[in-house]
Structures are given as structure tokens and as C-alpha cells.
Write a protein that binds this ligand. Structure first.
Ligand code: PEP
Ligand code: MG
Length: 588
């Protein structure tokens, strides 16, 4: 098929819609090709943005003149003159016409050119001047970007988003109702952008070099997250085939809907607890709580990431309490703040780190800035009387860290009680196992925690020395590496020997055959985005515990990840299991 491009799926599902190119980072400008017939419309977009930037400058000039005087307001008049320079406008227009690039890119080229030319004047002489002449053009850029986004939202158009890189911003650029699919030139399969795409159930394909240059804004694109393909401008025939597959998918989903209300229990009575990973209170409106056994991972950092300042104890308390109440007695595992690496807070500037994955993140930040931990633990403890709370610590690397948290916890508990707050008698505290040192010392650690949950996204990263956010090594990120399976098996047996509960909340648990493997290894619970629950339950209900154990044993004997994948493939076919994107098609 022409225009069919092979990529790597990071989230399953099918989508077909006009494409909308966006930026992956706040400072980046999207570049795409403008079709021959759309050049005049693109120039009209530029002119509209120019007019809007000029009007904004007039508005500012008036405000400053009335508040500080006409002299201070002069700068805005000068900036407006810069925008009226016919030479500059001509350069931008001809870039759009001749290079057939979008207005944002053409304006960016002008800004870069101005900086280069004026940069040659010498540092001191030019610095202020470059800022002056580029500033008004940056306003034009902002106008272009904002209008574009607003235009999509105002008509309520559903789109496929395209970007250079898969980041959390790409996946949340539009709310879920407008966003049918995501396609990117690069993206780590276990990056937080990918984790979010899966959590939101957005079909997503990455690993398509030079994608943006091949796209035109609003071109129809079909995203095949099940097979890892894209189809640009599909023919009527292709569209019809795609629609047919979409219907097939919907039919399967509705046939699973009823099953989702039953427990994940093998035909011989072994149970796997299936919980949901959530990023916030809103997620609870996107699925039926009756289909899950609890929340296995509430990534509380998203509460911090969505705000302009640290959420107060009161704000956090209200959210935690509401989540616990909504779960109505089912267990809710809330993970303490896990920021760092690609999960950044816009208002919390941390120093640049050459190796952020090995740097200041997770528990290290929370304990380093103990006020952060104090506020969160107080909020959690206050909420604890409103449901079945469990606290989970991210990025645990040593027993000392856990002891430090316990000390703080005991202190804060006394403080709260003396202040007249009700606090649950016992709140289980668990450790995430995602750093090799934590599973290597698990026999000590397990004595001082109530449960463990394996974060395979990070565990794979640290075991295999592959940065989960670095698209250049995405093909080396292999959750089915025998070393990973060995670690998983060890965690399950050590935890069970200690009589404690062990789960997996990393993304590999979402794959139905993998969930059966984890059950066979001895894990008692898994947690994944809620929409995976029906297929996982179907998988568990299709097998006996003996079959699950046999599968785990066979996989444990394999020396190569490809062999592990092959066995899972066969197993899935035998029991009519779906395949999650992360296992589909092998490596990126
Ligand atoms: C993990 O590392 O597997 C995990 C569940 O946490 P996160 O993806 O938020 O780092
Ligand atoms: Mg993690």
C-alpha cells in the first residue's frame, strides 16, 4: 500500500482522523509541509497572527502608558514598527511559498536569521538589539500556536496529534475527547509519554524518521497501534478496511465488558488481584470502578505537575480523601511524590543533571526536601480514615531510606493525633522495587515493609542500563530479557516466603499473557491502566494455575528474550489472548 509506514507501536488501538502537528516541548516549534493548494491559506494564517500580535502590542502600549507614562510605553510602539518591516514579512512569506513550510517554521527561520546576523555585531552591542527585534516576532509565533490550538478546540474536531518526540505534553496537548491517536518521529516505549498514552488508551505509533516532513496539516492519517503502522491519506478502500477492524475491536470489547465484573480467577480457583494505575481523581470517571479490585498505583506526582505551585496539605488531603471514598473500601495504593528525570514541576527548578535517570529523583528528592514529604504524609494520613489506604515509596535503593520514612511517619502521626486529627490505626507502607539494589537486598527490606510492588519500567532501565526516555536506545529496552525475569521471580519468591504481598505495577503487567506469567511466578496482584482489566481477567480465567506455573517455568529456562517472546506469543494464540503494544512486534 502506498503511504504505509512501519513504526513501533507503544499503545494499541486504531484511529483515523485529520492530523495536527504540535510541539513536543514548550520551546519547540512544529515544522510540517504545506500542500500546494494550501499556501495562500497558510499566508492568511500568518497575516492574521501578525494582526493579532500588533493589536496585542497596542493594548500593552496603552496599559503601560496609563500606568507608567508614555516614555515607558514607547518600546511597544517600536516593536510594532518591527512587525511592519516589509522586508521581514517578505522573507517569511517567501519561505512559506518556496520551501512549503508552515508559518510557525518560517517565522522561526526569520528569528534565527536575525540572531545570527546581529550576533556577528559583537556580544554587548547586539544582545539587546536582537532581543528587541525578535521579541515582536516571538509574539507572532505565540499567536500562531495559540490560535491553532484554539481553532481545533472551537470546532471540536477530533484529531491525530503528530510531534517530533513523544512526551507527556504531546499526549495531553488536547483533552482525550479530541485526541484519537498520537504519532511521533521518536519516543521511548517506556517513557512517561508512552506510559500516559497507554493509560489514556490513545493508540500511538513512534519511530518514524522524518515523519513531520511527510505530513501536511489536516491530512487524513490512519494510526494502527495494533500492528505498528501509519497510513497517510488512506484510499477509500483502506479506510473501509480500517473501519471494519475498528468495529471488530469494539465488538470484542463489548463481549469482554460483562466478564470484567468477575474476578480474575483461574479455572482451578487461584486468584490474581487486578488493580488500576491512575494519575488523578479524574481518571476514576473514565472506567467502571466495579471492574477493578482497587488502585494499585496512584502516581501522585501528576497532582503536582498539573499545578503552578506545590499543592497544599489541604488540597492534597481533599483529593486523596475523594479517591479513597470513590473506591469505597477497596485498597488504594498511593505512591509518594516521584518527580525527576522527565517528570518535572514547572515551578521547582532543579539543577541541570547530565544523567537525570541516575540523579535526583523520587524518594531522594522527597527526603532531601523533607518538607515535601512531611506535607504529603500528613495529607495522606489525614485521608487514611476515609478508606483503605496503602502508601508506596518510589525509587527505594536502601533500607536506610525506608527507615527514614518510617521515622518521619511516626513523628507526623503523633503530631496529627496531638492536633486532634483522626488517623487510621495502621496504614501499610510498601516499597517499589525498581532499582537493582532493592531486590538484591530484599530479604532485609521485606522485614520492614508491608508489601512490595515492582516498577518494571524503571527496573528494566536500571538492570539493562538503558535510559527509558532516550529514543536512541529504545530498541535495547527489553522487558523480556532473562535478567528481568530472574529478578521478577526472585522478588515473588522472597516476598511470599516472608508472607507479604507482592505486585507488579510497571507497564509490562498490562499484557494478558505476561499477567499469566506473573501469576505463575507467584505475584498476587498486578496493576495496569484500567482499560486493560477485561483482557487480563479473560486471560487469567482461561487458564489453570498449573498452566500459569508451567508457563513461568518455561520462560525462566530461556536464555534469550526472543525465545521468551516466542513462547508468550504461542501461549497467547492458544488461549485467544490479545497482545499489548509493548510485546507486539518484538523490539522497537
Ligand atoms: C515503573 O517504574 O515501572 C513505575 C510503575 O513507575 P513510573 O512508570 O511512574 O516510573
Ligand atoms: Mg518508576
Amino acid at each position: 500500500m502506498p503511504n504505509r509506514i512501519k513504526g513501533t507501536s507503544v499503545s494499541t488501538g486504531l484511529a483515523i482522523a485529520p492530523v495536527h502537528v504540535v510541539t513536543s516541548g514548550a520551546d519547540e516549534i512544529p515544522t510540517f509541509t504545506v500542500g500546494e493548494g494550501r499556501i495562500d491559506a497558510e499566508i492568511a494564517r500568518l497575516e492574521e497572527a501578525l494582526a493579532s500580535a500588533s493589536a496585542e502590542l497596542d493594548r500593552r502600549r496603552e496599559i503601560v502608558a496609563s500606568q507608567a507614562g508614555p516614555k515607558e510605553a514607547e518600546i511597544f510602539g517600536v516593536q510594532k514598527l518591527v512587525l511592519q518591516d516589509p522586508g521581514a514579512l517578505e522573507q517569511v512569506q517567501s519561505a512559506i511559498r518556496e520551501q512549503r513550510i508552515n508559518a510557525e517554521s518560517a517565522v522561526k527561520l526569520l528569528i534565527d536569521r536575525l540572531s545570527q546576523t546581529l550576533g556577528k555585531l559583537g556580544e554587548d552591542q547586539s544582545r539587546g538589539f536582537v532581543a528587541d527585534v525578535s521579541e515582536p516576532w516571538k509574539r507572532v509565533l505565540d499567536a500562531l500556536l495559540n490560535r491553532d490550538r484554539e481553532a481545533v478546540l472551537s470546532v471540536g474536531e477530533k484529531v491525530v496529534v503528530a510531534a517530533a518526540e513523544l512526551t507527556p505534553r504531546t499526549v495531553t496537548y488536547f483533552s482525550r475527547e479530541y485526541l484519537l491517536g498520537v504519532i511521533c518521529e521518536v519516543g521511548g516505549r517506556y517513557s512517561h509519554g508512552a506510559v500516559l498514552a497507554r493509560a489514556l488508551g490513545i493508540p500511538c505509533v513512534v519511530g518514524v524518521p522524518n515523519l513531520l516532513a511527510r505530513l501536511e496539516q489536516d491530512m487524513i492519517v490512519a494510526v494502527d497501534g495494533d500492528r505498528g503502522f501509519l497510513q497517510l491519506s488512506p484510499s477509500d478502500e483502506d479506510e473501509a478496511e480500517f473501519e471494519e477492524r475498528l468495529i471488530g475491536r469494539q465488538e470484542r470489547a463489548s463481549s469482554m465488558a460483562e466478564l470484567a465484573l468477575s474476578p480474575a480467577e483461574t479455572s482451578d480457583g487461584a486468584k490474581l488481584t487486578v488493580k488500576a494505575n491512575i494519575e488523578g481523581l479524574r481518571d476514576l470517571d473514565t472506567f467502571d470502578i466495579a471492574t477493578i479490585d482497587g488502585v494499585g498505583l496512584f502516581r501522585t506526582e501528576f497532582l503536582y505537575m498539573e499545578r503552578n505551585q506545590f499543592p497544599s496539605e489541604e488540597e492534597q488531603y481533599r483529593v486523596y480523601r475523594r479517591v479513597l471514598e470513590r473506591l469505597d473500601g477497596k485498597p488504594v495504593t498511593m505512591r509518594t511524590l516521584d518527580i525527576g528525570a522527565d517528570k518535572k514541576l514547572p515551578y521547582f527548578k532543579t539543577p541541570h543533571e547530565p544523567n537525570p535517570a541516575l540523579g535526583w529523583r523520587g524518594l531522594r528528592i522527597a527526603l532531601g526536601w523533607s518538607d515535601l514529604m512531611r506535607v504529603q504524609l500528613r495529607a495522606l494520613m489525614r485521608a487514611s480514615v476515609h478508606g483503605n489506604l496503602r502508601i508506596l515509596l518510589p525509587m527505594v535503593t536502601s533500607l536506610e531510606e525506608v527507615r527514614e520514612v518510617h521515622k518521619l511517619y511516626d513523628l507526623l502521626r503523633k503530631e496529627l493525633v496531638s492536633q486532634g486529627y483522626d488517623v487510621a490505626e495502621h496504614v501499610p507502607v510498601g516499597a517499589m522495587i525498581e532499582v537493582p539494589s532493592s531486590f538484591l537486598t530484599l530479604r532485609h527490606l521485606i522485614k520492614e515493609v508491608d508489601f512490595v510492588s515492582v516498577g518494571t519500567n524503571d527496573l528494566v532501565q536500571y538492570l539493562l542500563a538503558v535510559d527509558r526516555d532516550n529514543p536512541w536506545v529504545a530498541n535495547l529496552f527489553e522487558p523480556y530479557h532473562p535478567a528481568v525475569l530472574m529478578a521478577l521471580k526472585y522478588v515473588a519468591s522472597t516476598t511470599r516466603e516472608a508472607g507479604k504481598s507482592c505486585g507488579v505495577c510497571g507497564d509490562m503487567a498490562a499484557d494478558p499473557a505476561t499477567a499469566v506469567m506473573l501469576l505463575g511466578m507467584g505475584f498476587d496482584s498486578i496493576s495496569a491502566a484500567a482499560h486493560f482489566a477485561p483482557e487480563i481477567k479473560h486471560a487469567v480465567r482461561s487458564v489453570t494455575m498449573e498452566e500459569a506455573e508451567e508457563l513461568a517455568k518455561r520462560l525462566d529456562e530461556q536464555a534469550e528474550s526472543q525465545a521468551v517472546r516466542g513462547i508468550l506469543e504461542e501461549f497467547g494464540e492458544r488461549f485467544d489472548l490479545t497482545v499489548d503494544a509493548l510485546r507486539f512486534g518484538g523490539k522497537a
